[in-house]
Write a protein that binds this ligand. Structure first.
Ligand code: C5P
Length: 232
């Protein structure tokens, strides 16, 4: 899998996202479209950004019964996205159905990755609300392995977990890691962060970077810095 920087376009309208993307006259960053933008603008936003030549990670985190997920993934696959995701908590049957729905008639499909436990779910909440009694690290690694066994390509995880995921699931199993900050930058609401260079060192395959690029005084320079630190 190619190492790349994915820019989290956490904007609420197409005007904002296009104003941001218009700044990139030479580079065509890999773009993450999340729920906010997708629900505000619908599938057209995916088509329009794709038409501009960007690769797209559609971050909608599906989680439903297998049949519904299969049919929904078929729709997302027809949008020609490059990467999408689901919750591993939907179990193997749902993940296998997702792959079936995503796979096109020529046998190709977007990269499919799983969310294990959201970083907002603490061990305490997992134990008391979800009644999952195991340590959170064990749960994350177990869900990653479930995703691998179901045929998925990788997981979203903290850069701090990337090395362990590769150890458990193999170096080919893709790690997509948010929580990246420049050494001299603002951390914001992220808690456990790494620089692009550290994420590279630890073996992340893709880093997802939002505000350090989108809110930078010069987003193109920030993007280029990220690429040079991470990809080299
Ligand atoms: O602006 P920032 O770089 O913090 O953006 C990170 C992106 O990665 C956001 O779109 C956020 O929703 C996403 N993300 C995250 N932590 C996770 C999963 C996804 O920050 N555990």
């Amino acid at each position: 899998m190619g190492k790349d920087v994915i820019v989290a376009c956490d904007f609420s309208s197409k005007e904002e996202v296009f104003a941001f993307l218009d700044k990139f006259t030479e580079e065509k960053p890999f773009v993450k479209i999340g729920m906010e933008l997708y629900y505000a603008e619908g599938p057209e936003i995916v088509k329009e950004i794709k038409k501009r030549g960007h690769k797209i990670f559609l971050d909608l985190k599906l989680h439903d019964i297998p049949n519904t997920v299969m049919k929904s993934m078929r729709v997302l696959s027809s949008l020609d996205v490059d990467m999408t995701n689901l919750h591993a908590a939907g179990t193997a049957a749902m993940m296998e159905a997702a792959i079936k729905g995503l796979t096109k008639s020529d046998g190709t499909r977007p990269i499919l990755i799983a969310v294990t436990q959201l970083t907002s779910t603490s061990e305490d909440r997992m134990k008391n609300e979800l009644l999952i009694d195991k340590p959170i690290d064990e749960v994350v690694m177990h869900y990653a392995l479930n995703a691998k066994n179901a045929g998925l390509d990788g997981v979203v995880c903290s850069p701090l977990e990337a090395a362990k995921v590769h150890e458990k699931c193999g170096t080919d199993f893709v790690t997509v890691t948010p929580g990246v900050r420049f050494a001299d930058g603002e951390i914001g609401d992220q808690v456990r962060v790494m620089t692009p260079a550290q994420a590279k060192e630890i073996g992340s395959d893709y880093i997802v970077v939002g505000r350090p690029i989108t809110q930078a005084a010069d987003p193109v320079a920030a993007y280029k810095r990220c690429v040079s630190e991470f990809v080299g």
